[in-house]
Design a protein around this ligand. Structure first.
Ligand code: ADP
Length: 392
């Protein structure tokens, strides 16, 4: 590794080999970057990159858990910089490694890996966030409340919306002794998200703000751009700038927010990497979030985040059964929807709620983009889940 080199990096280590790493392959090919992936299982999506591009992207894999710092030390011998597709790493152990260039840096990640620390970081910088406590005092505010495990939460795993003390008691029993975050329930009007990137030279770009729709705390749909007053757009963009600047990010971050009924925005969560709410950028933006991540961490100038169409809709294809089917028939039907781009992650097993792929549709109606998006989402979900699953 030569982190001081002024030349753009051409070999990038990626910690984590899920679909986010898998989706870096096209961008890596375009930029002529070699990827080396650290991931535990040979069935993980990104392991197949070299199969996908037999003569294209050079990619190889170190099969090891993502929190295995000895494996990361080995990863560092193959590449100039290391970035993350999954932040559930052992920061303490990684900080012991000598002469390894992490982008974003371990210091940028430090305040974010624990949800309580993340809330404190936001509060200390006067950025709006829901009211919270570390659950050490037993004074519970009024129900409903939201209880979260402080580490390793994703796709709503570890997030519990509780309506009464009986639910609280059952959940506490289930969670045992782990550290928890307690926060106010926000009766949001909509959920928003935004991707933002910062380069090695400190340039910041912010993608369009999107509306995200969650069911059972899992993202189902993303509509880009969100229909918002200019003042809200400016506020969210300012939050993104402040965060990336204060964390001295080199890379791309996803920021999830609540929009309250009285028009306030509150930051819910910061993801220090590419994010599900940015998948639409692959087909709908001049520079995808994956290319932007590689540009930032390689030390290249950032690309334009502009939409190429008036708007876009992204629908997640979530597993709805336990099966080893490749769903070729349904994927074919989805591909036949006009302006649809189907992305299939190649996971060998489907399980309820598992993210198996997504579909992006380009929209060209500025008049009532949200309504058009919602109608199209129903068409996609009808094909994917069928009638019975729609009522889940
Ligand atoms: P994860 O890290 O698993 O994605 P989040 O904290 O983002 O967990 O929560 C997942 C979803 O749960 C959010 O998108 C939102 O729909 C709901 N949620 C989380 N926190 C709150 C809250 N304080 N008030 C209301 N809903 C919440």
């Amino acid at each position: 590794m030569n982190p001081e080199s002024a030349n753009p990096a051409q070999t990038v280590g990626v910690i984590g080999g899920g679909q986010l790493a898998w989706m870096m392959a096209d961008a890596a090919k375009k930029l002529g970057v070699e990827l080396v992936i650290q991931t535990p299982e040979k069935t993980d999506p990104a392991v197949s990159i070299s199969l996908r591009y037999p003569q294209g992207v050079a990619a190889h894999t170190i099969l090891a858990p993502i929190d295995d710092s000895a494996a990361t030390a080995q990863l560092a011998t193959f590449c100039e910089v290391i970035t993350f597709e999954n932040e559930f790493v052992d920061l303490e152990a990684l900080s012991q490694l000598q002469n390894v260039c992490f982008r974003p840096s371990l210091e940028s990640l430090k305040p974010l890996l624990d949800k309580y620390d993340q809330r404190c970081y936001l509060r200390d910088r006067h950025l709006p966030t829901p009211q919270f406590s570390d659950f050490s005092d037993t004074k519970i505010p009024e129900f409903p409340i939201v209880l979260k495990t402080r580490r390793h939460g994703y796709d709503g795993q570890g997030t519990f919306i509780l309506k009464n003390s009986a639910e609280l008691e059952t959940t506490l029993k289930k969670l045992g002794n782990q550290p928890l975050l307690l926060e106010e329930f926000v009766p949001f009007e909509r959920e928003l998200a935004v991707m933002a990137a910062r380069s090695l030279t400190g340039e910041i770009i912010v993608y369009p703000i999107v509306e995200t729709q969650q069911e059972n705390q899992v993202c189902r749909r993303v509509i880009a751009p969100a229909d918002l007053p200019v003042s809200t757009v400016q506020e969210v963009e300012a939050i993104a700038h402040t965060l990336l600047e204060s964390l001295q990010v080199v890379g791309i971050f996803g920021i999830e927010l609540f929009l309250t009924p009285d028009g306030k925005v509150l930051v819910n969560e910061i993801a220090p990497r590419t994010h599900n709410s940015g998948h639409y950028t692959i087909d709908a933006c001049t520079t995808s979030q994956f290319e932007q991540q590689l540009r930032a961490v390689c030390g290249l100038p950032l690309g334009s985040p502009d939409l190429k169409s008036d708007g876009a809709l992204m629908v997640n294809l979530l597993g709805y059964e336990t099966s080893q089917s490749e769903y070729l028939d349904k994927r074919q039907q989805l591909a036949e929807v006009p302006n649809a781009f189907v992305h299939w992650y190649g996971k060998i097993e489907s399980r309820p709620g598992r993210k198996l792929g997504h579909v992006t549709l380009l929209l060209d109606s500025l008049k009532d983009l949200r309504r058009e998006a919602i109608e199209l989402a129903q068409t996609i979900e009808q094909i994917w889940y069928g009638k019975s699953a729609l009522t889940r």
